[in-house]
Design a protein around this ligand. Structure first.
Ligand code: NAP
Ligand code: ZN
Ligand code: ZN
Length: 350
């Protein structure tokens, strides 16, 4: 048995998103059925709809920054109760038995992780559909608790933008007094500012959009550098312990590496659709380190949410109706986002 569910999705690469009806499975013994309240729009959704990776299976219903309310639960689902406010991020299933799953790094599951949209379910037949929809059914192992006191609309982006930025800051030891820079002030970028500032770092924003400068102090940054202006990076050459690069389009990494100090690390989380060249000399001459970081597993995502509950960290959002999603995509493609679009899911049901 399945349940018909209203959703917004794209029927072909670069096609506008439009209303459609999808099927959700009936909850199994370990599943919870969730009424979706809000879903953030990540630039990965845009890449998927544009088929930037060449692997999107259409129709696609994006959305992996989901906050909702538990409507019902299967007979052996015991972690959550009806009415609980919960989150669903990028991961909805994995083998649960391999070393990576056992270590809580389900995104690296050796049998292949099941993402919340555009993934083949483990049964090998059905594709997953994401959070631009009215409700969803998820095994409770992959459902996150949203701490009380966090605004659900502003908590939704934590499920991807939050964990994707919290995780590298933790991995690379961000601490009080560190000089941290973020490249690109969008959904991920503004969360780097909030998290790094909350960890005591001095944060600098490296942005192509001069218009965002006025927001940076409020977000928690100390300095703003307009990277497109000639000579802009010279005053900060050799400055940063850690740079988190969140840019969604191809750009020059060699220039950015000049602002790292010796032994500093630049971690890439932005995933442009095309490759970029790297001059080995810029790393070698000052023992600089270039790294990448991929979302985060379920335990670390819960740790991040609990951290946000304790420190009052949430995203800055622009709440929209589902029929505004194509405008939101166009604005994100221009870098015009302040700082996460979030769909009010009541408008998907309307
Ligand atoms: P976003 O909200 O659209 O922000 C991206 C920012 O990049 C823009 O706001 C802009 O900041 C900057 N930018 C520079 N050149 C641009 C251009 N030509 N077009 C658009 N933006 C440009 O995106 P996001 O949701 O933060 O995602 C950023 C990237 O991270 C995407 O590639 C996404 O797929 C990837 N991602 C990776 C992971 C992971 O696990 N590593 C997880 C989620 C997302 P300024 O205006 O400040 O320059
Ligand atoms: Zn995402
Ligand atoms: Zn596994």
């Amino acid at each position: 048995m399945t349940k018909k569910t209203p959703a917004y999705g794209a029927r072909a690469a670069k096609a506008p998103l439009a209303p459609m009806t999808i099927e959700r499975r009936d909850p199994g013994p370990k599943d919870v059925a969730i009424e979706i309240l809000y879903c953030g729009i990540c630039h990965s959704d845009v890449h998927k709809v544009n088929d930037d990776g060449g692997t999107t299976h259409f129709p696609v219903v994006p959305g992996h920054e989901i906050v909702g309310r538990v409507q019902s639960r299967g007979a052996s689902a015991s972690r959550l109760r009806e009415g609980d406010i919960v989150g669903v991020g990028c991961i909805v299933d994995s083998c649960r038995a391999c070393p990576e799953c056992r270590a809580g790094r389900e995104m690296f599951c050796e049998e292949g992780v099941t993402f919340s949209f555009d993934s083949l379910e483990r049964e090998g037949t059905n594709w997953t559909y994401g959070g631009y929809s009215a409700n969803m059914v998820v095994d409770e192992r992959y459902v996150l608790r949203v701490p009380k006191g966090l605004d659900p609309a502003r908590a939704a982006p934590l499920m991807c933008a939050g964990i994707t930025t919290y995780s590298p800051l933790r991995q690379f030891g961000c601490k009080r007094g560190d000089q941290v820079a973020v490249v690109g002030l969008g959904g991920l970028g503004h969360m780097v500012v909030k998290f790094a500032a909350s960890m005591g770092a001095d944060v600098t924003v490296l942005s192509g959009s001069r218009g965002k400068e006025k927001d940076t102090t409020r977000l928690g940054a100390k300095r703003f550098v307009a990277t497109k202006e000639p000579g802009a990076l010279e005053p900060v050459e050799g400055t940063f312990d850690l740079i988190v690069d969140t840019v969604s389009a191809p750009h020059d990494l060699n220039i950015q590496l000049t602002v790292l100090r010796n032994f500093g690390t630049m971690v890439l989380v932005g995933l442009p659709p095309a490759a970029t060249t790297l001059d080995a000399a810029v790393l070698i001459h000052s023992n600089k380190r270039l790294a990448g970081s991929n979302i985060g597993g379920i335990p670390e995502t819960q740790e991040m949410l609990d951290y946000c509950g304790k420190h009052g960290v949430v995203a800055d959002v622009e709440v929209i109706n589902a029929n505004q999603v194509n405008d939101a995509y166009a604005r994100m493609e221009r870098g015009d986002v302040r700082y996460r679009f979030v769909i009010d899911s009541a408008s998907v049901r309307a």
